[in-house]
Design a protein around this ligand. Sequence first.
Ligand code: AMP
Ligand code: FE
Ligand code: FE
Ligand code: ZN
Length: 286
Amino acid sequence: MSIDLHTHSTASDGTLSPTELIKLANDSGLDAIAITDHDTFQGVPEALEAGKKFGIEVIPGCEMSLESPVGAGWMHVVGLWLPPKSEELQTAFDWVLEGRKTRNHEIVKKLRSLGISITYDAVAARAKGTLGRPHFAQELVSLGVVSSVNEAFKVWLGDNGRAYVPKRKLQPKQALGILKNIGATAILAHPFALGLNYTQIEELVRELMDDGLDGIEVYYSEHDDAATKGFLEIAQRLGLLISGGSDFHGDVKPSISLGKGKGGLHVPTELLDIMKEDRRSKGLPV
Ligand code: AMP
Ligand code: FE
Ligand code: FE
Ligand code: ZN
């Protein structure tokens, strides 16, 4: 009885279409899955349709990158139960996507100045939705510049890579405010990625709660037992909802399986029931 509340499709940088993703979730025996593409809800209608077809519960979601405090790593938030339409969220996505466009051209420029004959069009052709670094990584593999996506991030695209370009991000207050306004449930994704100690994370999470954060992703592919326990304790202490997901991306992250992460991930279905209960108590749809 398990679920996966953090997954990507071709609407952003995953390699399975929303339909394929939902089919895989059903074939994997999951009770429910959230589709949470980066900076878009473009894949949601198709995913919901596929959910009906295969008879599996699909939660419409997204993942947003937030401006993180100085010294911290990446801060991402997963929004669950997005409404079918939201101009406010669309406007925020448009602003972020515009920044991505500029950034993607800058990455091409940097790579070319470093002697790699990569073109924007070739990278863009790899994306059906949000164009991001994983598409660059795949192109670098196919050009023979690197032998794996992982190496592409390590040498070229990652935060310490030779062609790294930062991306435009929303302020936490702004993103959480929007998610609150549209009645979504806001979850701090992969808290380990903040690169902070537990005390610092707890302090940060308290601040984010003031801005509308509802829960944290305790169960995650990259969290070992100690990390899971640490984040679980924070969630329990602060009375937060507990979420979990694999961050499945398909072939660009071959080591991550849907629902199972690196093999040991198990996100109990009960967590979803608790989230729904919380939403019902607030008069929000589930
Ligand atoms: P972007 O949003 O364009 O900055 O790209 C970030 C995406 O790259 C996220 O989905 C990450 O999961 C992915 N990513 C980061 N590092 C790696 C890696 N070493 N291998 C594969 N994907 C990665
Ligand atoms: Fe991604
Ligand atoms: Fe993320
Ligand atoms: Zn993700």
